[in-house]
Design a protein around this ligand. Structure first.
Ligand SMILES: Cc1cc2nc3c(=O)[nH]c(=O)nc-3n(C[C@H](O)[C@H](O)[C@H](O)COP(=O)(O)OP(=O)(O)OC[C@H]3O[C@@H](n4cnc5c(N)ncnc54)[C@H](O)[C@@H]3O)c2cc1C
Length: 499
């Protein structure tokens, strides 16, 4: 590709730069793996957070780790930012492209390299879909436990980058608890191993550092996951409540009774009424809120635990308890919960999915505050929760074509996140910071903590080329946002980048 001779200088600079990068990449990749025309790059302009969009300069679609090494070396040499992308389902703008950068699509690295039923592990490439791992393990009676609602599409590379969770993570842990080893490449193309297949790897725990690092430290090229045996039986209780605060308190009652359900989810009436016409899950539409409370294990264990949970939920004020009678009914209950986000897409042109966490005992208080915010911002907000983890997913419904509604939706979301912090919680449970919550990082963390994060980023990526301007705000940005906390007299490091 060459820049047309009659282009204005400003545009010529951008086009020349694009052609330099694309031509360098075409030397190491087949032409079908390098895209730069807007018609070809448009599908990559956003992820699941579609309110933020940016066309990438170039998209590359490698098929091997050797090709990724070569791409990273070229981009390092030309000082071009790189954003890794799995399936593009991030809800925080984590895989939103950089306008002057290369979007590194990893979906073609989708091979299960090996599966060892005796060791109960699988080694997979980063583009393998989450659900595909459990499908491959199923003939051995095994599965991969973390189950984001997007599991049919999202990739294990994205799961590692976001430390993704799901409805069954209360009992079985998040991605970080189910991954043994990650192989990656630094921005300069150097291989780096995090963790090990043997337990208790010596040295600092860099595995926990890379999991949840949102594609800012390394490009994940191979993941070793832990597989666990499928439980013999699972049953779920649907518990109905007359008000959301009582339902919130029932969650705390279950946990304090010493029960760790296999899943403990909550939906308010707006959410059940939004989901039911779409998913036909059989939810109680009169209840102000329902809880879905699952038990799994041997038939005896499940019978005992279901009886215990029914007693606790009844004592906590549940008005109706229905227990799934067979596997089909159990899956239908979960299908409703897992389809809550697509259901929001049916009733509203756009939805903004929040992801804060709060201490479980403050769920009721939080829900009341969200109800008041609905009036303040004049927008509807159905609520679904990973209630057992205190992880909220308020879904703010709005129309992005209406500038005023868009602004109100953003302000509504920011107020929810800042209240999460005020209640002793965090701004993200599982969706990551990305571009979405970057300003709220200034509310959550003080200057010395942010400076430490920048120090780690610099150690892996001194030129700040890997997914730059995401995840960690600069102290200058926080100062502009009006939230720069400097604890204990500590001052920002003078070398901090001014981006
Ligand atoms: C309908 C819906 C339901 C969802 N439900 C859940 C849920 O229940 N729980 C949950 O946790 N999330 C959920 N999500 C969010 C999303 O699916 C997860 O964050 C998922 O892990 C993203 O995976 P991905 O492959 O789509 O990653 P992408 O969106 O492509 O990327 C996400 C981040 O990972 C980085 N990345 C991707 N691949 C790599 C790699 N190989 N190396 C380095 N960095 C990489 C990107 O740079 C970006 O920062 C949901 C999303 C949707 C749309």
């Amino acid at each position: 590709m060459n820049a047309p001779a009659d282009l204005p200088v400003a545009q010529r600079t951008a086009v020349d730069r694009q052609s330099t990068v694309a031509n360098a990449l075409l030397e190491i990749l087949p032409s079908a793996s390098v895209l730069w025309k807007p018609a070809d790059t448009r599908p990559y302009e956003c992820d699941g957070l579609s309110m933020f969009r940016q066309l990438p300069m170039v998209v590359v679609l490698p098929e091997t780790e050797a090709q990724i090494v070569a791409i990273l070396r070229i981009c390092s040499r030309l000082e071009v930012p790189v954003v890794a992308r799995g399936a593009g389902t991030s809800l925080s703008g984590g895989s939103m492209p950089h306008g002057e950068g290369v979007l590194l699509g990893l979906a073609r690295l989708n091979r299960i390299v090996s599966l060892d039923p005796l060791a109960r592990t699988a080694v997979v490439q980063p583009g393998v879909r989450n659900l595909a791992i459990s499908e491959a393990a199923a003939p051995h009676g095994l599965y991969y436990a973390p189950d984001p609602s997007s599991q049919i599409a999202c990739s294990i590379g994205g799961n590692v980058a976001e430390n993704s969770g799901g409805v069954h993570c209360l009992k079985y842990g998040l991605t970080v608890h189910n991954v043994l080893r990650v192989r990656g490449l630094t921005m300069s193309g150097e291989p780096v191993d995090f963790g090990s297949e043997a337990p208790d790897c010596p040295g600092l725990d860099l595995l926990a550092l890379v999991i949840g690092s949102e594609g800012m430290l390394a490009v994940v090229t191979e993941v070793t996951v832990r597989l666990i045996p499928k439980p013999q039986l699972a049953r779920v209780i649907m518990a109905s409540f007359d008000d959301v605060e009582t339902a919130g308190d029932a969650v705390a009652a279950i946990i304090s009774a010493g029960i760790i359900p296999a899943g403990l989810e909550m939906m308010d009436r707006q959410a059940t009424r939004m989901v039911e016409p779409f998913a036909k899950a059989g939810y109680d539409l009169d209840a102000a809120a329902i809880l879905l409370c699952e038990s799994d294990g041997t038939p005896d264990e499940v019978a005992d635990e279901i009886a215990h949970m029914e007693a606790v939920l009844g004592a906590a004020g549940a008005k109706r308890l229905v227990v799934s009678q067979d596997e089909k009914e159990r899956l239908v209950y979960w299908a409703g919960r897992k389809n809550a986000f697509p259901a929001a897409g049916r009733v509203s042109p756009d939805y903004y999915c929040m992801d804060g966490t709060i201490p479980k005992k403050r769920l009721g208080e939080m829900l009341k505050a969200i109800q008041a915010m609905e009036d303040k911002y004049r927008l509807r907000c159905p609520n679904v929760f990973h209630a057992g983890d205190g992880n909220l997913h308020p879904l703010i419904l709005f129309d992005a074509n209406d500038a005023d509604e868009l602004q109100r939706a953003e302000a509504f979301g920011a107020e929810i996140l800042e209240l999460c912090v005020a209640l002793g919680g965090t701004i993200t449970g599982e969706h990551g910071v990305g571009v979405e919550k970057i300003d709220q990082m200034c509310v959550q963390f003080a200057a010395p903590e942010l400076a430490a994060f920048h120090g780690i980023k610099r150690a892996f990526d001194p030129a700040r080329l890997l997914n730059p301007d995401k995840g960690i705000p600069s102290l200058h940005r926080c100062a502009e946002f009006g939230h720069l906390h400097v604890h204990h007299g500590a001052l920002p490091h003078p070398d901090l980048p001014r981006f």
